[in-house]
Ligand binder design. Structure first.
Ligand code: GDP
Ligand code: CA
Length: 307
């Protein structure tokens, strides 16, 4: 079955690792969020694409929860000592990738071409596409000020409440080559258990991507990133509470209006199935905590079985 999966970083990547085991990864095209992309020390960093690359390439650091395994920090420590930007940590191996990407982007190559080569280098069998090659950047409006995404997320540790999420460049952004074809040729669309507002919305902010998803003739399934109304990590629960009025699975389904037919959510929240149905979305209840690779594979299998 040909599958297209919309994904943010860590939560999405964990699920994708399961999906790549539950099905033939060669049948999977991942569309990754680039709203998080940021320039650090002159380098173009694509955190969500890299989380996917590292997870599917089998080189992610599962204990730290982000970045590469077997990482060292010599270059970063030296840059910090010399007064360089130090609010966004970059490991040595990670830096090597950013150097290659930045150099090729500066030479005029599109992000999608660079990403495809990196995926090959990491032995990733699934196809990984950035949502867009154009500049698309997430901004966070808070009561006090507006912040570029990473300044809010990393530097301020997402402590400010969020009034609104905006995507700079969304009016001009075109889908990267292959994105629309992948959606049109897919037999199943999956929205990974990522943060709806800051990982999935920036993908759907590309108008042609949203339109392609909305005119689908195949099922679209989202996996909720919340369990018992709480995010495993990160601000998804606080954002749902403030921006969607609550954290039950019905509110998660509401984030994906017109983009999904099915919502997979945790059995802890089974009593809220009616709220999902009220949105015109079919509820599928299962265990959604991806404790390890086996649990992620079981979740992916449940998603495939649920459609
Ligand atoms: P980011 O871009 O690195 O922030 O990652 P994503 O947006 O892809 O994923 C973040 C979301 O993943 C958070 O809201 C978490 O609640 C969710 N998440 C992480 N681990 C799990 C898990 O085991 N199960 C489920 N259902 N969600 C998870
Ligand atoms: Ca992200």
């Amino acid at each position: 079955m040909r599958i297209v999966a919309l994904s943010g970083g860590v939560g999405g990547a964990r699920f994708l690792r399961g999906l790549a085991r539950a099905t033939d990864p060669a049948d999977v095209t991942v569309i990754g969020n680039v709203g998080d992309d940021v320039e650090i020390l002159g380098m173009h960093v694509s955190p969500d694409l890299d989380s996917i690359l590292y997870a599917l390439g089998g080189v992610s650091d599962d204990e730290r929860g982000w970045g590469r395994a077997d990482e060292s920090w010599t270059a970063f420590e030296e840059a910090s000592r010399l007064g360089g930007e130090s609010w966004f940590q970059l490991g040595d191996r990670d830096l090597g990738l950013h150097l290659v990407r930045t150099q090729r982007l500066a030479a005029g190559e599109p992000l999608s071409a660079v990403t495809a080569d990196l995926a090959r280098a990491f032995g990733v069998e699934a196809k990984l596409l950035p949502a867009t090659d154009d500049r698309l950047r997430t901004w966070i409006d808070t009561p006090g000020a507006s912040f570029p995404f990473q300044e809010w997320f990393v530097a301020r540790r997402h402590r400010d409440e969020v009034d609104r999420v905006r995507f700079e460049g969304e009016d001009e952004a075109r889908p990267a080559p292959g994105v629309i074809e992948a959606i049109e040729q897919a037999e199943l669309i999956v929205i990974c258990p990522s943060n709806p507002f800051i990982s999935i919305w920036p993908i759907l902010a590309v108008a042609e991507i949203r339109a392609a998803v909305e005119r689908r003739r195949v099922p679209s399934v989202a996996v909720s990133p919340l369990i018992g109304g709480r995010a495993i990590k990160g601000p998804a629960d606080r954002m749902l509470e403030r921006l969607a009025g609550g954290t039950d699975p019905g509110r998660v389904a509401g984030c994906y209006a017109d983009a999904i037919d099915v919502l997979v959510f945790d059995e802890t929240d089974a009593r809220f199935a009616r709220n999902v149905e009220d949105r015109g979305v079919r509820p599928v209840v299962t265990q959604t905590l991806m404790r390890d690779a086996e649990a992620a594979t079981a979740l992916a299998a449940a998603v495939l079985a649920g459609v």
